[in-house]
Design a protein around this ligand. Structure first.
Ligand code: HEM
Length: 335
């Protein structure tokens, strides 16, 4: 895409985001802004991008891991970096099983935080680092670059049970998925667009092999909706009966490091890895979006939708102003 076209698109997204009556503003997103750190810590966003470049260069699997970390942070008590908190006496969000067992990227958030503490002590929140890192992960996987709002502050509470309640499991059906999203003020469109994140990264066999390959609905059979020619490939990788199989399987095997439309082509041809991916074909609106993106000649519409959906997710139950804190160590112990 030509640079001027990219610039115009960025300007449009920024303008739209800044005038939106913003669902989020009503529930506490006032105080967020694009470029919140421009004066408080000039160069903060550049510094995150540079650090992310190094991180992804050292280990390309960390980009998708950091994008997923944002999802797990925002859906549980809002985007407040509570996913990072540790506790000596009880289980926190990051200990939630099975949803959070394979999360990664905690050390990398800390690494970025350490750089920002050198540049601007106690200024940039861990919550904002997580969303900036996720945004950059998309870009560094050849996806779009888009603005995200910043100005969040860090929460001080992290409970395992909140994560267990608020994160959709990979075997969720479409009704449940829409509910998990709508209770967080996100729409069917946010659901189908943000699920497009599964165009990069991988899943452990344990997260899908039971439901999709070996014991669908507890009946000891393969999921009848799974693509019949694709299933044997998955069976080769994932052992039957091993509920803790950590073998990584690319969610979009054709281009696991390209943030592109192929997730939608996969889902449309019944090759989505999770029941939750396949389920997007079970609702008229999400089905039609998947079908349209699967056939789209260019990813532009998806990229614009993705930028807007990230703004929406980034506004979930945020702490701003005098609420919360700016933590020095993102993964601090709460007790
Ligand atoms: C719609 C509900 C969703 C469900 C049920 C779901 C489920 C999952 C599961 C089970 C995994 C694999 C975990 C493992 O390794 O075992 C995964 C990976 C991933 N998810 Fe989702 N997810 C959802 C939405 C999202 C959203 C909203 C995002 C980002 C905005 C996201 C981004 C990712 C990424 C990037 C990975 C790959 C992680 C890696 O390679 O380390 N997911 N997801």
């Amino acid at each position: 895409m030509a640079l001027d076209v990219v610039l115009v698109r960025l300007l449009i997204i920024a303008a739209v985001a800044s005038v939106l009556p913003a669902r989020g503003r009503a529930d506490g997103a006032a105080g967020l802004a694009i470029g919140f750190y421009n004066e408080k810590c000039p160069g903060a966003e550049d510094l995150v991008l540079e650090e992310m470049r190094d991180i992804v260069h050292e280990d390309r699997t960390l980009g998708p891991a950091l994008l997923r970390l944002l999802f797990h942070d925002c859906f549980v008590r809002g985007c407040d970096a509570s996913i990072m908190l540790k506790s000596r006496s009880k289980k926190g969000e990051r200990d939630a099983k099975p949803m959070s067992y394979s999360l990664r990227g905690f050390d990398e958030v800390e690494r970025i935080k350490a750089k920002l503490e050198e540049a601007c002590p106690l200024t940039v929140s861990c919550a904002d680092i997580i969303i900036m890192a996720a945004r950059d992960a998309v870009y560094l996987n050849n996806g779009p670059r888009f603005p995200v709002e910043t100005g969040r502050r860090d929460g001080k509470v992290s409970n395992c049970v909140d994560a267990e309640n608020d994160l959709a499991p990979p075997n969720a059906n479409i009704v449940d998925l829409k509910t998990y999203f709508s209770v967080k003020n996100l729409s069917w469109k946010d659901l189908v667009v943000l699920s497009g994140s599964h165009t990069i990264g991988s899943s452990q066999c344990a997260a899908f092999a039971g439901d999709r390959l070996y014991n669908h609905s507890g009946k000891g059979m393969q999921d009848p909706t799974l693509n019949k020619t694709y299933a044997p490939d998955l069976r080769m990788m994932c052992e039957a009966g091993n509920e803790t199989d950590t073998t990584p399987v690319s969610m979009d095997p054709g281009s696991p490091h390209e943030f592109d439309l192929s997730y939608y082509r996969d889902v449309y041809s019944n090759k989505g890895l999770f029941v939750s991916d396949q389920a997007l074909l079970d609702d008229k609106l999400t089905h039609d979006y998947v079908a349209r993106m699967a056939a789209a000649p260019s990813p532009d519409e998806f990229f614009d939708d993705y930028a807007a959906a990230m703004i929406n997710m980034g506004r979930m139950e945020v702490l701003t102003g005098h609420n919360g804190e700016i933590r020095k160590i993102c993964g601090a112990y709460v007790d």
